[in-house]
Every structure is written in structure tokens, then in C-alpha cells.
Design a binder for this molecule. Structure first.
Ligand SMILES: Cc1cc2nc3c(=O)[nH]c(=O)nc-3n(C[C@H](O)[C@H](O)[C@H](O)COP(=O)(O)O)c2cc1C
Length: 337
């Protein structure tokens, strides 16, 4: 129904407007008695065999909603009704920021892809915390970043502020240094600044009565040498794992007119590269740490390939837009087959 009826209408309009319209529609629908239970009935697949224990957390199933969709933690309770095993909110920054000027989100329909240059538009971490207090039991990842105006030399403080604010309200953390849309952010992926950043957060974490898993989200554009550095950094800093991958700056093989837009590319053109990164990390590290696989999952088979390449969990974003909520059910059903 989504691909035949809903998507053709949604795709007639500006993608960012559709995003906010969809949020209002889902919120409104959830206020109608019986509808949340109906949505759960249609989409949720509950089965012991889908449960996973990864970095000490118990996931009801291995399919999550990737960061950037519910940046401000507005709708995580409602989204979990569509069958996700976990929801990653963010990227959040200490202070609210508007992000880049519109238009900044582009569909590449012929490529089953999206280009975005949102630039961490978000209402700031404190506002999100207020909403997270209304969590009805959803497993939440908190994806954190730095404000655009914060120079890289002071970036550590921004991540610390977000870590402290979110600590009581998320189950795991994601350090995002891989978005292509905040100038110079990806320089923080270099060995020295990254080690400093992760060590500092680990120190904060170690002071807490309970340590929360901290993961690093990486770009698909890293070279093999840089990926080997990442393996060393994960070992040296003792963080819990890696999310592979964020969007790419590559434009290889695209046919859509919008391919010239600046920003990060997600969706089908990213499928193979992100799986390759997962396989490389898993093989070269001898599976030393858990990996969340994300990038171009548009079918159950795409998800299975990532799990077989070494991912412990997967996330979807662009595939959710192109395929609709049935994608999550398809993946979970396929895992039971
Ligand atoms: C519009 C949009 C906004 C995004 N915002 C974020 C973000 O704020 N933080 C982040 O870590 N990743 C962000 N991402 C990246 C996704 O979480 C994901 O890593 C990437 O899109 C690849 O997965 P996909 O091909 O399933 O979309 C964003 C992606 C899109 C399309």
C-alpha cells in the first residue's frame, strides 16, 4: 500500500515538508484510540529468536531507525510501534541550531537515494531531554555532535555537554564525527583528535555508577589505512563499538539530476560500500567489537548481507522512506525464515 498509494503522493512534494507532514500525521494517528495497537499489530514481529544481546543491552530485534530521522526525539514512542528494535535520536548539539539554508534535502528517485546537507539542525540537547523523559520503554541511542560555531579545538566540550545531559535518558551513545555537512567535522576522525575525544568521554563514563556503551559512527569514505586506525582506536580507547556508515561524499554511478547537489548521499548507491566497510572492520579486527551496519538497506536481503558481513545490528533511514514501514517487518520475518 505504501509504495502504490502513499509514496507516489508524498513524492510529489518537497522532501523536507513531507518529513514534517509525516511526523504530524503519525502523531495525529496515534491520538486515535485503537490506532497504536493496530499499527503494532500490522508491523511488529515479536519472537524470542529475534532478540539480541549486544554491548550489554537487550534488543527486541536487530533493526533500528538510524540517526537523523527523529533528530529531536519527537516521535520515538510512535516509531517503535512500526517494529523497530531501537531508535537512535540526534545528532544533537549542546545549543539549538538552524542548520544549513533550505533547500537542503533532495530525492534522487532514479537512484533510490537521497542527498542531504541538513547541517545538524536541532533544538539542542536540553529540549530533547525533556521529551526523552516520556519514554515508554523504547531502547534509545543518543547520537551527539558539536555546534557549527564551535571550533574543532573546543569540540570535546560540546560532546561532553551532550553526554552529561543525555546520560540518564539513553541506553547507548554515538559519537558522530562523520557528517559531511558540518565544516571540518570529519577532521575529528583523525587518530589524534579522535583518541582524545573518545578517551575524554570514556573518562566521564567511568565516573558514572553504570557505564553506557559509547559507539563511534564513521564515514564510508575512509581509506583502508584509516579504517585500520579506527580498529586501533576502538581497542585503545575501549569504546563499545562502531556504526558503519554515515552518508558518502562519493557520487559514483548516479543518474539523477540532483546528483550535483552538495551534501551526503544515502540509499542504494551506498549499499555495497557500507557492507564492504563492515566486512573490512569485522575481518581485520577478528570481530573484536560489535558493529551496527547502516547504509542502503532497502530490502531484507540487504540487511542479511550486512549481518553476514559482520554487523550485529542494522539501521535504516533512506530505505524506510523508499520502501515504507513494511521494510522493518520484511527484515525481521526474513531473519526468522
Ligand atoms: C536527511 C538525513 C539526515 C541525516 N542526519 C543524520 C544525523 O543527524 N546524524 C547521523 O549520524 N546520521 C545522519 N544521517 C545518516 C543516516 O543515519 C545513515 O547513516 C545514512 O543515511 C545511511 O543509511 P541509509 O542509506 O539507510 O539512509 C542522515 C541521513 C539523512 C538521509
Amino acid at each position: 500500500m505504501y509504495k502504490l498509494l502513499i509514496r507516489p503522493v508524498l513524492f510529489l512534494f518537497d522532501p523536507e515538508k513531507v518529513h514534517y507532514f509525516t511526523f504530524s500525521a503519525i502523531r495525529t494517528l496515534h491520538k486515535i484510540p485503537g490506532v497504536p495497537a493496530f499499527i503494532r499489530g500490522v508491523f511488529k514481529v515479536e519472537d524470542k529468536r529475534l532478540e539480541r544481546e549486544v554491548f550489554g543491552l537487550n534488543f527486541k530485534n536487530p533493526v533500528g531507525l538510524a540517526a537523523g530521522f527523529d533528530k529531536d526525539a519527537r516521535l520515538f514512542n510512535e516509531f517503535s510501534n512500526f517494529g523497530f528494535g531501537f531508535i537512535e535520536i540526534g545528532t544533537l548539539t549542546p545549543k539549538p541550531q538552524a542548520g544549513n539554508p533550505k533547500k537542503r534535502l533532495f530525492r534522487l528517485k532514479a537512484d533510490s537515494a537521497i542527498i542531504n546537507r541538513m547541517g545538524f539542525n536541532n533544538g539542542g540537547v536540553d529540549e530533547a531531554v525533556e521529551r526523552l523523559k516520556k519514554n515508554k520503554g523504547v531502547l534509545i541511542g543518543g547520537n551527539i555532535g558539536k555546534n557549527k560555531v564551535t571550533p574543532n579545538e573546543e569540540a570535546v566540550t560540546d560532546y561532553m555537554v551532550c553526554f552529561e545531559a543525555l546520560y540518564d535518558f539513553v541506553d547507548y551513545f554515538v559519537v558522530n564525527v562523520s557528517s559531511p555537512n558540518t565544516p571540518n567535522l570529519r577532521a575529528l576522525q583523525d587518530k589524534e583528535p579522535l583518541t582524545l575525544l573518545l578517551n575524554t568521554l570514556q573518562e566521564l563514563n567511568n565516573k558514572k555508577p553504570v557505564q553506557k556503551p559509547i559507539l563511534l559512527k564513521i564515514a564510508p569514505d575512509l581509506t583502508d589505512d584509516q579504517l585500520l586506525d579506527i580498529i586501533d582506536i576502538v581497542k585503545d580507547t575501549g569504546i563499545a563499538g562502531v556504526i558503519a556508515t554515515n552518508t558518502t561524499i562519493s557520487r559514483d554511478g548516479l543518474v539523477s539530476e540532483n546528483k550535483k547537489e552538495a551534501g551526503g548521499l544515502s540509499g542504494k548507491p551506498l549499499t555495497d560500500r557500507s557492507t564492504e566497510v563492515i566486512r573490512f572492520l569485522a575481518e581485520k579486527s577478528n570481530k573484536a567489537f560489535p558493529i551496527i551496519g547502516v547504509g542502503g538497506i532497502h530490502s531484507a536481503q540487504d540487511a542479511i548481507e550486512k549481518l553476514e558481513a559482520g554487523a550485529d545490528l542494522v539501521q535504516v533511514y533512506t530505505g524506510f522512506i523508499y520502501q515504507g514501514p513494511k521494510l522493518i517487518k520484511d527484515i525481521n520475518k526474513a531473519l526468522l525464515a
